[in-house]
Design a protein. Structure first.
Lengths: 529, 464
């Protein structure tokens, strides 16, 4: 071969951007693949002896309770079902595939494959939650051991792993705060929860759902939550503070201890949303700042895969004083055996069925065991190093800025702003994000409201190499340049994705929206069900 | 040497010292410590955390975890008749194959472009559930059936503007605990009794309790105690006559043969999809669904994501997106409906695969097969002296109450003895339903053969 192929892959010593194109199977809706009579799986036949004894069991049902027509499910053979779903999987950009630093706040880190293997052992998957405790000592041990680990990481006294993800944990904390004030006879009086605008929306929404009024603090000029505003907000009505730190800006609130003190002095409790804990593992503990409650997302910080949005675990940790309110049951260890303790009269009760998503706990436990104290600190340091390195690369791109805390270091993520670029070119952050997808990576703006104009939130975690961070920054630099040279190209993106620009109008129009295929057939194709 | 720190961590690319140094240099920082300068000295850990000894090699880690997990005894090694909200059904291989795909397993919150497949798979899940339920709107899964029930009740309260909900007393104590906690600020829960002979909801009590304050009547069918509520239509009518909403919790795997609640008047249907392709996994396979008809006043009260189908700029291309996103807490924080976040999406995709594999005929056959086996088990167990099965005179689906009052033994004693014989007996109901005496809730599904049931019956005979 005379031609050196590698040469054409680099310009000025740097790798060219990928000529990416996502899978585009143009896959039909599964109902369109249906042909009458096809079967995807056969179910075990009822044995003749049973049939002879029981006869026609359906005859026992009254007419009103007997389904008249089989459900109109699609009829497919097994290989068709498999191909359909594997195609759809190929049209989904999992973290396993991409430099997933663009889904800021989500902590898209590597989920080790060995942990998946362990979570799929039959000694995990084939356990019924109501088995005799003697037969589930192994899984109870894993959950108990992991609780001890979280206690050391946070400084809290007890944990519950029952909540089904971060928001469920935030809700659990709100419910515990409510129960605690009830126990003190202050239930009617303390009806306000204070949070910050750069804390996850669920801090506000869960507090509201739990019956509280919500007070939201905005950042001061430096991007820190406003301490004076907090002092003005607290009163004898304050039930608690629910706050993230570092917030989604990646700025650590250095006055956090004072925040906690102000709320405590007013008689409120403080809950620490540790969704952003990845950059502070082994650096600082929730208990040191005086928090009463906290939560971790095991599917974020502790590496369990995100699963398209769950299953997950939101681990709730509390002080000794609040431990009596934790969901039922808690796991105890008497030195010999593990058991589930339901004898807790002041508990808020059940948050979900059973004990939470055990295979997620198995993965999280395995992840910590593979890293240890040194490794967890390495995770935090590299996540922060990566973030500040990416900040350096981003600062070389004209038109983007990192608002607030000028010249300061950030923890594990940053909410950038494309305000300047947008003013110059008319291209918006969301459009940049869709163009970025043409190069095989994600990009997330932020939760509404957009306090930071034209936002873009990047969180590099510890899982990406220097070269990969360079590649992500090079994609953004390229798209920013396109915004100047060819804004239409950016505005009409994506071009290399699975599909093209979606017309969102039917999704907000009750006469047209269709959340199921049957609704679509009825409303758009005017077919009777 | 007890090594606690390697030269480079396999999961952390930039842990290589030379790379770290180069990056620090480019940033103009001396060490990573400087990045934490905003964290007050007082709050910074002075010592290393006290965590267990690190298992640096993958092999050592695997051996450690296997060693712990192998202490468990599984429902494969033991013959299990446990249900009560978590069910042993056959999990088709293709379900596992699809939910183990790294693309799905590790995806999260991408756009409907780069994550088109995730959107389509969840739209199709909702569409197939819609056929099973005969309803037009199904949410992207919430955490579990408990949350689905609690949210359905709060939706009903918002829709009607009323603050009282009537619930059948045969609900599980755990689910009721969840509902009470979740509804506490807004809704008063009142329990309606049941007929001790048949298990059926007491319609006289329902009529006496229902009023213009009632937001909803919530019942389950099949009930938590396994029997079928045969008068769902009458209950729905009573609810509607008083301007209340009828909510029915349902086991989706029963719907190949049982009437979908919407057909007897349910306005909101909810439940748990764990039976549709999820392993029992110690209760980690639960995921909740909520379904309604396509009416704006219902749709706008869902807190969950709802994925809808939409055209794109290319003719004939399917696109998907969030329906009425502005109702969610993602969009408007505390002004949204309850809250939304990560929940159990992968199990939704898996349940879609399950329904696609089963098809209409599969769902009919599995329903009938389960009912036949559980009926056989009831008949055989009932023959044992001092034992009554089922306790309630009513049709049952896969679960049934077995009463041991005539044996002189407690359920705990019986279950211990069964355990010695390699059998997990039914869930002890003695504390949850003291009025039922010494009773246990047994579950029989398509995974149980005649031999399995006969083995249980013989063991019970020995034990009693």
């Amino acid at each position: 071969m005379s031609q050196d192929i590698t040469k054409q892959r680099y310009t000025d010593g740097k790798p060219n951007l990928r000529r990416f194109h996502q899978a585009r199977w143009d896959e039909p809706i599964i109902f369109e693949l249906s042909r009458a009579g096809q079967r995807g799986i056969l179910v075990p036949e009822v044995e003749e002896e049973i049939r002879n004894v029981v006869g026609d069991v359906l005859a026992a049902l009254p007419e009103t309770m007997r389904r008249k027509q089989p459900p109109k499910l699609p009829e497919l053979s097994q290989p068709q079902v498999l191909r359909h779903y594997v195609r759809l999987s190929q049209e989904t950009l999992g973290t396993d595939l991409n430099i997933d630093v663009g889904q800021g706040t989500c902590t898209m880190k590597y989920s080790p494959k060995v942990n998946d293997q362990l979570a799929r052992m039959p000694q995990m998957t084939e356990l019924h939650p109501l088995q005799d405790e003697e037969t589930v000592q192994g899984i109870l041990e894993v959950i108990y051991r992991f609780e001890q680990i979280l206690k050391e990481i946070s400084g809290m006294e007890r944990f519950s792993l029952q909540p089904g993800a971060g928001s469920a944990a935030i809700y659990t904390n709100a419910s515990i705060i409510r129960a605690s004030h009830e126990a003190r006879g202050e239930a009617g009086q303390r009806d306000e929860i204070i949070t910050t605008i750069f804390s996850h929306p669920s801090n506000a929404a869960c507090a509201k759902t739990a019956g509280f009024k919500v007070i939201t603090l905005y950042p001061d000029e430096d991007g820190y939550p406003d301490l004076e505003a907090l002092k003005a907000a607290v009163s004898e009505r304050t039930a608690g503070l629910m706050i993230t730190n570092p917030e989604d800006t990646g700025i650590f609130n250095p006055r956090i201890e004072e925040f906690v003190k102000v709320v405590h002095e007013a008689g409120g409790l403080c809950a620490y949303d540790q969704a952003n804990a990845n950059g502070i593992l082994g650096i600082t503990k929730a208990s040191d700042a005086g928090f009463d409650l906290c939560h971790f997302n095991l599917h974020k910080t502790f590496s369990s895969p995100h699963g398209c949005g769950g299953p997950a675990v939101g681990a709730v940790g509390v002080t000794q004083e609040l431990a009596r309110f934790l969901p039922l049951p808690v796991i105890e260890f008497d030195g010999q055996r593990y058991h589930l303790n339901y004898d807790r009269p002041e508990s808020i009760g059940k948050i979900g069925p059973f004990y939470g998503v055990a295979p997620v706990v198995v993965r999280a436990y395995a992840w910590v065991m593979s890293l240890g104290a040194e490794g967890l600190r390495e995770v935090a340091e590299i996540a922060v190093l990566n973030n500040n390195y990416l900040l350096k690369r981003m600062s070389e791109i004209p038109g983007v800025s990192a608002p607030y805390a000028k010249g300061k270091r950030r923890i594990e993520q940053i909410r950038y702003s494309w305000k300047a670029l947008s003013e110059e070119t008319g291209v918006h952050s969301e459009e940049i994000g869709l163009r970025v997808a043409d190069f095989g990576v994600h990009y997330w703006t932020s939760h509404h409201p957009w306090i930071v104009p034209e936002p873009c939130t990047l969180e590099p975690t510890e899982s990406y190499s220097k070269d990969e961070l360079d590649e992500y920054a090079a994609i953004l630099a390229h798209v920013a340049e396109e915004a100047h040279t060819n804004p239409e190209l950016v505005k009409t993106a994506p071009h290399n994705s699975t599909i093209h620009t979606i017309d969102h109008t039917p999704l907000d129009d009750p006469s047209e929206w269709a959340m199921t295929w049957r609704a679509y057939l009825r409303k758009v194709r005017k077919e009777a069900n | 040497m007890n090594k606690q720190k390697p030269t480079a961590y396999p999961y952390i690319p930039n842990s290589v010292p030379a790379v770290k140094e180069q990056m620090l240099k480019e940033i103009g920082a001396e060490s990573p410590q400087g990045f934490f300068e905003d964290i007050p000295e007082k709050l910074r850990l002075k010592e290393k955390m006290k965590l267990p000894k690190t298992l640096l090699s993958e092999y050592a880690l695997k051996r450690h975890l296997e060693g712990i997990l192998e202490k468990n005894k599984t429902c494969r090694e033991y013959l299990s008749f446990l249900g009560a909200g978590c069910y042993q059904h056959h999990v088709p291989a293709v379900c596992d194959e699809v939910n183990q795909r790294g693309e799905f397993l590790t995806a999260y919150a991408g756009e409907p472009y780069d994550d088109h497949g995730r959107f389509q798979a969840l739209f199709e899940y909702a569409s197939m559930m819609g056929e099973l339920l005969n309803m037009d709107v199904v949410n992207v899964p919430t955490y579990d059936g408990f949350q689905a029930a609690a949210t359905s009740i709060r939706m009903a309260s918002r829709i009607t503007g009323r603050r009282e909900v009537l619930i059948s007393r045969t609900i599980s104590a755990d689910k009721l605990s969840k509902i009470r906690d979740y509804c506490k600020p807004e809704i008063e829960i009142k329990l309606i009794g049941y007929d001790f002979e048949t298990g059926q909801l007491d319609l006289h009590a329902l009529k006496a309790e229902i009023s213009s304050e009632t937001a909803a009547v919530y019942l389950e069918n099949p009930s938590y105690l396994g029997f079928v509520e045969t008068r769902g239509d009458e209950i729905a009518r009573i609810a509607h006559d008083h301007g209340a909403i009828c909510i029915v919790g349902v086991d989706p795997i029963s719907l190949g043969i049982l009437t979908p609640p919407a057909e007897y008047g349910a306005d909101i249907v909810c439940g748990d999809i764990q039976p549709l392709g999820m392993h029992v996994q110690f209760g980690g396979g639960q995921a909740g669904f909520i379904a309604t008809q396509d009416e704006e006043r219902y749709v706008m009260e869902y807190p969950s994501r709802l994925f809808g189908i939409a055209p794109t700029s290319v003719e004939g291309e399917y696109g998907f997106g969030d329906v009425a996103y502005e109702r969610t807490s993602f969009a408007v924080r505390e002004r949204g409906k309850e809250w939304v976040g990560t929940a159990a999406a992968l199990w939704g995709i898996t349940a879609g695969v399950y329904l696609a594999l089963m098809g209409p005929q599969g769902m009919v056959e599995i329903g009938e097969g389960i009912m036949s086996r559980s009926r056989y088990a009831m008949l055989e167990i009932d023959k044992i002296k001092g034992v009554k099965a089922p306790l309630f005179q009513a049709p049952h689906f896969k679960e049934f109450v077995v009463n041991f009052d005539g044996t002189g033994k407690t359920v705990a004693e019986i279950n211990k003895a069964l355990l010695m014989r390699g059998i997990f007996g039914g869930k002890d109901l003695t504390r949850e339903f003291p009025e039922l005496g010494r009773s246990a809730l047994y579950c029989v599904t398509e995974v149980h053969s005649k031999d399995d049931v006969d083995r249980l019956v013989n063991a019970l005979k020995e034990v009693i």
